[in-house]
Design a protein around this ligand. Structure first.
Ligand code: SF4
Length: 436
């Protein structure tokens, strides 16, 4: 049987236009990586920035199954360089999988290395503990809990509402573990605030603003679960919008404000904009009509795919098409039991969706699907989607973008291999470094 190394090298040679860095990164994102104990962090007391669990678990095992990695968290991200593939600097979000053929450990000289099938393939750098994580709010809460940063410090990730009102098998997106992740952190006795008070968010941002002296943080994302009724007496646009309003009043223009929310009616989208949000992510999740209906049953039932897409187009009139960046979850197209079984068909379907939006000046982006074990699709597809799908998608994404004369979307930091910091997909590693 071919090894994982064989698969990786075969795809590198079949698709030379896709950077090697991106092939490795996609494989790590779809299948996770293991850590020797020596490569774990000392949580918030050490010198390495720990994994914050900023919204989903993004792990291949539940916390109780992670062993030492549940007690001493893995790092939030790793940066890969060098090795036999001569990797340029590549930032990768950490998705823990004790069964992965990729393993981070120390070599004889005490240096951290990433190995694949037992062979070292890259040097590993760890994110230093940011100065702002060493301070707490007046009530004792940590900055990591209230306002964690990802993408090597570029993005402050504000999951204001830690659960989703699409609840249970008939409503939750079939690949999403937001509600389970909330439960497992509660059960483990970890601090995990369900609804983040606005004043706590402002206090955490004040600490970040004070100690982020080289201004690595450039953007914030407001997000959380969908709100189908109300939270704190507010519907979705006003619930998430009130944070932006408070942030922009207190720190005008300090960061680029983004919101990941449902595709809302135009009046609500206008309110987001009025509150000071500049980039809107009304995620369409998966393009294929049948798969959207089956894998996003709550969104289909409450809004419906056609209306969802119509609202995305409407929102481009409010934000400008460049600033509407809907996400899809790359890989669920191929998830059993209903997904495509043929990579070419899955790529064709995904490209049709890219074409639909890009022909209108809207640039979708994607995160690489992590098959978390407590989700229906994670259970039936523990290996995720084929690496070939992910590699070919990168080529199709770039080609579609070029065909429509678009460049990398705003709010994602630098593009290009060796430069990108976006850590949950390698689309930014694959694009031209001149952009944006
Ligand atoms: S809308 Fe779907 S993907 Fe988003 S938080 Fe809810 S269940 Fe998860």
């Amino acid at each position: 049987m071919a090894s994982r190394t064989d698969l990786v090298e075969e795809l590198m040679s079949r698709y030379p236009q896709v950077p090697r860095e991106a092939v490795i990164k996609e494989d790590l994102l779809r299948g996770g990586l293991a850590f020797d104990d020596a490569a774990l962090t000392d949580n918030e007391n050490g010198s390495v920035k720990p994994k914050s669990y900023f919204i989903f678990s993004f792990d291949h095992r539940t916390l109780p199954e992670l062993g030492t990695a549940a007690l001493r968290r893995p790092p939030e991200e790793i940066v890969l360089t060098g090795g036999p593939y001569e990797l340029r600097r590549t930032v990768v979000s950490v998705r823990t999988n004790p069964g992965s053929p990729y393993r981070v450990g120390t070599d004889g000289d005490g240096r951290l290395r990433l190995s694949l099938d037992g062979r070292p393939i890259a040097d590993v750098g760890l994110p230093p503990m940011p100065a702002y994580y060493r301070h707490t709010l007046a009530n004792g809460k940590s900055v990591m809990e209230v306002a964690p940063t990802i993408q090597w410090g570029y993005l402050i990730y504000l999951t204001a509402f830690r659960v989703c009102q699409y609840f249970g098998a008939k409503e939750e997106c079939q690949y999403c573990d937001i509600n389970h992740n909330w439960r497992q952190h509660k059960q483990a006795g970890r601090p995990y605030t369900g609804v983040k008070p606005v004043d706590e968010v402002l206090e955490a941002l004040e600490i970040i603003d004070r100690y982020d002296t080289d201004r690595a943080s450039q953007a914030y994302t407001l997000t959380g679960g969908s709100i189908t009724s109300q939270v704190d007496g507010l519907a979705e646009a006003d619930f998430y919008g009130r944070y932006a309003q408070a942030i922009e009043e207190r720190f005008p223009g300090r960061w680029i404000g983004k919101v990941v929310a449902q595709a809302l009616p135009r009046a609500d989208v206008q309110r987001f904009h009025d509150y000071g949000i500049r980039i809107y992510h009304p995620n369409y999740e998966v393009w294929d009509k049948r798969l959207f209906e089956l894998y996003c049953p709550g969104k289909e039932r409450y809004v419906g795919r056609e209306e969802w897409h119509r609202r995305i187009l409407d929102s481009a009139e409010v934000f400008g098409p460049r600033n509407v960046i809907p996400n899809f979850v790359a890989g669920v197209e191929m998830a059993a039991p209903h997904g495509f079984t043929n990579v070419s068909e899955a790529i064709d379907s995904t490209t049709e969706g890219l074409d639909y939006f890009m022909s209108r000046g809207i640039t979708p982006r994607f995160t690489t699907w992590c098959p978390e074990p407590t989700t229906p699709l994670g259970r039936t597809n523990p290996e995720g989607a084929p690496l070939e799908y992910h590699v070919r998608l990168l080529g199709a994404y770039r080609a579609t973008m070029d065909a429509h004369g678009l460049s990398s979307p705003p709010g994602y930091g630098p593009a290009g291999p060796g430069r990108a910091v976006f850590s949950v997909s390698s689309f930014m590693d694959t694009l031209s470094p001149e952009a944006p």
